[in-house]
Write a protein of this length. Structure first.
Length: 234
């Protein structure tokens, strides 16, 4: 991970842990450089990352401020920090339905841009918020990048495992959305009726070098899920 991305993550964590709200002013460049023991240039690049991600905004001649993007209970579709960051005020849990090592299906191999028969971890799980079913998630992780997964890891935060334990630098993602209908199995997991509607989101996550390594399909409970998107660069 680049040093400025590491610092950006630390500043973002500082904002979360201190519950800084919209308009809260961050320390100066000098103070941030001293705190994280890096150069001012590294801080400038870290703040650029946070501004692009909608975490902060900078006012010339005044300082750096928290943008206040977080809204309780809403999924920010531009956030790549994982559910445990998005829903930090809630009790989250996951039930692993299936976890196995397989050869990538042809459609997944195409999405993850490889032609050889590479192995992937396939995970199917139900995510819960305050013990209420929130979504059904199917994910594929390229085994050359994520060499080990087990049920204990999958029942908690895979994102934290990837970034904190494996030190994987997740740089960006692509999302594809459509409205669909739940089949009988999916409806049972979400405690809904067969053919009830759901928002289906396919996501592809990329490394810092642009390599895709994870593909997921998430089907959301239509009464539990709420979303928002931030606009940048006007």
């Amino acid at each position: 991970m680049n040093k400025y991305h590491d610092v950006a993550n630390k500043i973002n964590l500082f904002i979360q842990e201190n519950n800084l709200t919209r308009g809260s002013k961050l320390p100066t460049l000098t103070e941030l450089a001293n705190t994280y023991e890096v150069s001012k240039n590294t801080i400038i690049k870290a703040l650029e990352v946070l501004e692009t991600n909608g975490v902060i905004y900078q006012v010339r001649g005044s300082g750096t401020y928290v943008r206040g993007r977080h809204r309780k209970g809403f999924v920010n579709l531009t956030d790549v920090q994982g559910f445990h960051s998005i829903f930090r005020e809630f009790n989250l849990s996951s039930k692993v339905i299936e976890l196995k090592e397989i050869e990538a299906p042809s459609n997944v191999a195409e999405i993850l841009e490889f032609t050889d028969q590479e192995k992937v971890y396939y995970i199917k799980r139900v995510r819960y918020i305050e013990s209420r079913p929130f979504c059904v998630e199917e994910s594929y992780y390229l085994k050359t990048i994520v060499p080990y997964l087990n049920e204990e890891i999958a029942s908690q935060s895979i994102f934290n495992y990837l970034t904190e334990d494996l030190k994987i630098n997740i740089r960006f993602s692509d999302l594809f959305m459509r409205i669909g209908k739940l089949n009988q199995e999916e409806a049972g997991y979400l405690e809904l009726e067969t053919h009830d509607p759901s928002l289906n989101i396919e996501s592809i996550y990329y490394l810092s070098n642009g390599r895709p390594f994870n593909y997921s399909l998430i089907k959301y409970h239509h009464e539990e899920a709420q979303f928002f998107v931030q606009g940048n660069n006007f």
